[in-house]
Write a protein of this length. Structure first.
Length: 376
């Protein structure tokens, strides 16, 4: 590729902002490392799709994978909720940390909303706006234009616009830039692999920063949404934000180098490496989860005889939400409190459930071995 013209700086109202170049045009990628990596990503995503297609009860595990992506993406923005806490009920969270927990849960709501909304709406500004509205409802950013592109200037880093690390384009350019991005995503005449288009789209969205708040989370959500819309990701089992969080400084550096040096190929290489790595890791963890379920089903549930029905139902539920209380088991199974306590006791003796509060009442149990796989 010839040196990428990423855009230029313009002078606004006593400050400079960056105006990115339009991306809905033909592209040429010539770096053989990227071409080779595209093939590797296609193979790893294909393996993930194939494995997910033939795994019995794969739908049980999807919500946990989505939760992992949400938690890691939120942590990049400074939210401190961990994956175990993300499964808690609000009242189980220390009041001091409930704002972070609520933001994480609203992000989970937003992702689930977007995945469902895509059944009737393509990846578009409208979809992103609707998802953004869900993301910021009833949380700290609720006064920052939920569901609307910004009409004022924002900035990244620094205590003021004059000390900012980066100043995105002024609001007057947002509609045209987002329209161009949407056209790029759906322009079939652009002969780029889908995964490279996803990389360019994520860079462009982060550079435009079209919302007053929540741009990072919506920008990372755009990745699986676009891959799914193009048939590259059949189930939302990818948690690419885990890679971005692990290499957070490099993630931001690579985005900055595109703007400052035109190094789009360096960003694409980093992005494709993240895709390849996390899709392979998703396959490994999915295999571990399937093996875990089979082992517990054969070794623990089958020998329970008449009680195996409720035990099996509880186990399935734990794979969708690996945190539970005695009262929730009672409601889930429609049994007496005494029976729910007894069944939980059986799960504890088998080291499937572990009590984490240390309380004698209002106890919370986690499916520890499953949680360990999700943390991995």
């Amino acid at each position: 590729m010839n040196k990428f013209n990423s855009g230029n700086y313009r002078t606004g109202n006593q400050y400079r902002y960056f105006l990115p170049s339009l991306i809905n045009r033909e592209w040429q990628i010539s770096d053989p490392r990227i071409i080779e990596l595209v093939e590797r990503v296609a193979l790893s995503l294909g393996e993930l799709n194939s494995f997910a297609r033939y795994v019995p009860d794969v739908s049980l595990f999807i919500q946990s994978y989505v939760t992992k992506e949400v938690v890691t993406s939120s942590r990049i923005e400074g939210t401190k909720t961990n994956i175990q806490e993300a499964f808690y009920n609000e009242l189980d969270i220390d009041p001091e940390f409930r704002d972070d927990w609520m933001e994480t849960r609203k992000y989970l709501d937003a992702m689930n909303f977007a995945l469902e909304r895509m059944e009737t709406l393509p990846v578009s500004s409208r979809l992103l706006k609707e998802t953004h509205k869900v993301l910021l409802s009833h949380v700290r950013g609720r006064h920052k234009g939920p569901g609307e592109f910004r009409r004022s200037q924002n900035w990244i880093g620094g205590s003021s616009i004059n000390t900012a690390v980066f100043v995105p384009p002024s609001a007057e350019h947002i509609d045209d830039l987002m329209s161009d991005l949407e056209k790029f995503l759906h322009n079939d005449s652009i002969t780029l692999p889908v995964v490279i288009k996803a990389a360019i789209a994520h860079y462009q969205f982060e550079t435009i920063h079209p919302f007053l708040d929540g741009n990072g989370r919506i920008g990372r959500l755009l990745i699986p949404l676009y891959l799914a819309s193009e048939g590259m990701l059949e189930r939302p089992l990818l948690y690419i934000s885990a890679y971005f969080e692990k290499y957070r400084a490099l993630y931001y550096d690579k985005l900055t180098l595109v703007r400052e040096k035109g190094d789009i190929e360096g960003w694409i290489f980093f992005f494709l490496t993240a895709l390849s790595t996390t899709s392979r890791e998703a396959v490994v963890s999915l295999k571990a989860i399937v093996e875990l379920k089979e082992r517990i089903t054969k070794g623990f549930i089958a020998p329970l005889g008449r009680r195996s029905g409720n035990a099996s139902k509880l186990l399935d539920h734990l794979f969708t939400r690996p945190v539970i209380s005695t009262a929730e088991v009672k409601d889930l199974l429609g049994v007496s409190l005494k029976s729910s306590i007894s069944l939980i006791g059986d799960f504890e003796k088998a080291n499937i459930l572990v009590e984490v509060t240390g309380y004698k009442r209002n106890r919370i149990f986690i499916f520890k071995e499953y949680m360990d796989v999700l943390r991995g």
